[in-house]
Design a protein. Structure first.
Length: 424
């Protein structure tokens, strides 16, 4: 079998491409089932976040074939109703060692927009859980993901990669301070109620934002988040009329269509008498129509615009990243060793079954002799001698034939296999 990983991320594709290939959470299970219907795919998992869409597969064949990748890419594009020629330039493909190294780097935060950010590990765990529930995780991917979680934890424990963490949420709040000098005098509207929104709320609270409003499709979930920050919870349907209050708007939902349009923002600006509005759209696909950015007095940023802020915190973690890369390199070898060991399973099983069959035959004969009243000590000695001869007969015959044929390499291998002293 072969492990492969392919997809796009913030390094290979802009947000307008990434949002087109994102998998909606509610459709993830059906997408996974479609994946494994592909003739070459044995196991499948999908990681889909604002910065990346990646597919991890275990293929039936021992080597990745060009036709296999072509088939997977065609399915990927067909699923998203896109042309292959429009997507392929942004795609990367990794197999076996490189695929293992890639997921370890991703989970450890080394491939993230924010070096060392911890959120991606949780997102990979969610992807594993979804695929496991869908029944598309088997022995290989299960071991790969469990190994990934262990290595990511080791990287966090043994290096300073997570010291002074800078997340996309933190970068968004930092950027808002460049527009508004004193955040404590302003109102923030948070669209969505997920983990990223919670991080945003925490950073805004640390900056003393005077008022926060959480808008979400499910008001109960918005209320749960709002309760932690003395904020107000509203439904998305109430957002247009409350938009006028918002100086800072940060959006992060899983919606497949924009939630905030140009018309609603124009009306809010008029009522605000054109006091500036700062907006960050962290979501992929985007929550805020790109045309909103063309309005006067609106400062609209997407997740791709946060690079500058994030780079400021990168240098302090680069040394830790080098240590993390060394850990990952060793752990790739460890995992690939396990993967290679699977090839010996059938041989070991056959060898053990053969030995157990010979044991059972000799035991049955010994029991008959005991039942016939023969001397137990004599039976035990005969059992030991006969069983030993049975077990070593075939290997001994093969070694004699190897010596006769001058196959010294086989004799040397036998010494290693049976842990014998090297020949003098």
């Amino acid at each position: 079998m072969t492990l492969i990983a392919f997809g796009i991320n913030h390094k290979t594709a802009p947000v307008d491409i990434r949002e087109k290939v994102a998998f909606a959470p509610e459709k993830m299970e059906s997408a996974l089932h479609e994946c494994v219907k592909n003739g070459c795919v044995n196991e499948a998992a999908i990681v889909s976040t604002c910065n990346r869409t990646e597919l991890y597969f275990s293929l039936h064949d021992n080597e990745t074939k060009e036709d296999d990748f072509k088939s997977l890419l065609e399915w990927f594009c067909q699923y998203h109703k896109l042309n292959v020629v429009d997507v392929e330039p942004y795609i990367y493909l990794h197999s076996n060692n490189d695929a293992v190294q890639h997921i370890l780097r991703v989970a450890s935060g080394l491939d993230s927009l924010v070096l060392g950010e911890p959120q991606i590990l949780g997102q990979i765990k969610d992807a594993y859980s979804t695929a496991n529930d869908a029944g598309t995780i088997g022995r290989q991917l299960n071991r790969l993901f469990q190994h990934t979680f262990s290595v990511a934890k080791q990287v966090r424990t043994d290096t300073a990669i997570g010291a002074s963490p800078v997340s996309v949420a933190f970068a968004a709040v930092t950027l808002s301070k460049r527009i508004f000098a004193n955040l404590s005098e302003h109102t923030a509207l948070l669209i969505g109620a997920g983990e990223t929104t919670e991080l945003v709320a925490r950073h805004l609270a640390d900056q003393g934002v005077s008022k926060m409003i959480v808008a979400n499709r499910t008001v109960e979930r918005a209320q749960t988040l709002a309760n932690n920050f003395n904020a107000e919870a509203i439904a998305l349907s109430d957002m247009p009329e409350r938009l006028v209050e918002a100086d800072i708007i940060i959006a992060s939902t899983a919606s497949q269509l924009p939630i905030l349009g140009k018309g609603a923002v124009e009306r809010a600006l008029k009522l605000r008498k054109h006091r500036p509005m700062f907006m960050v759209d962290i979501a992929v696909p985007r929550d805020i129509e790109p045309e909103v950015g063309s309005l006067d007095d609106v400062y609209l940023y997407t997740v791709d615009d946060l690079h500058e802020v994030i780079e400021e915190g990168r240098h302090s973690r680069e040394e830790a990243a080098k240590q993390a890369e060394e850990i990952i390199e060793n752990q790739v070898d460890h995992f690939m060793g396990w993967l290679r060991s699977l090839k010996g399973v059938d041989t070991i099983r056959a060898f053990r079954e053969q030995a157990e069959q010979k044991r059972d035959e000799q035991l049955a004969q010994a029991h008959k002799q005991l039942a016939a009243g023969k001397d137990p000590e004599q039976i035990i000695n005969e059992l030991a001698r006969t069983l030993t001869n049975k077990l070593i007969h075939e290997p001994t015959a093969q070694l004699n034939q190897a010596a006769y044929s001058g196959r010294k390499e086989l004799l040397d291998n036998a010494r290693e296999l049976f842990n014998l002293e090297p020949e003098e």
